[in-house]
Design a protein around this ligand. Structure first.
Ligand code: FES
Length: 133
């Protein structure tokens, strides 16, 4: 599978919660952050996979990327966050063009829903995966 073009990565996504428009950017340069920083009071996303998921996106279709890691339909939401991770919600986005992309499976990317390579670090590769029924 080929990596997405720069144009595909610049796909405009819409955040469902605010209805706002967000542009995906290339990962910023600099040191990688090994884990999502959250307060101890907020739920923590679990690592669903230690690698990204290759996905064919269709222009105009709305997708809900699982941000909590509990979905059984990775990398997409199945509603599991409602009971397993209240306070986390999926990232809804609508690509403007068809694209083949890598969606993050580790839930530690800094460019959600797209993989930014964070999964290659020890924080993800050395972490245990939750058993799946
Ligand atoms: S799978 Fe999460 S950053 Fe690559």
């Amino acid at each position: 599978m080929r990596l997405p073009s720069a144009a595909a990565l610049m796909t405009v996504v819409r955040a469902a919660a605010g209805g706002g428009v967000r542009r995906c950017r290339e990962p910023p340069a600099g040191p990688r952050i090994p884990a999502v920083r959250r307060s101890s009071a907020s739920p923590q996303a679990v690592i669903a996979a230690k690698e990204p998921f290759p996905v064919e996106l269709k222009a105009g279709r709305t997708y809900a990327w699982c941000s909590c890691g509990h979905s059984k339909r990775q990398p997409f939401c199945d509603g599991a966050h409602k009971t397993a991770a209240p306070g986390l919600s999926p990232l809804r986005f609508t690509p403007e063009e068809d694209a083949r992309v890598w969606l993050c499976g580790c839930k530690r990317t800094r460019t959600p829903p797209y993989c930014d390579g964070t999964h290659k670090g020890e924080a993800v590769q050395g972490a245990p995966l939750l058993p799946r029924p």
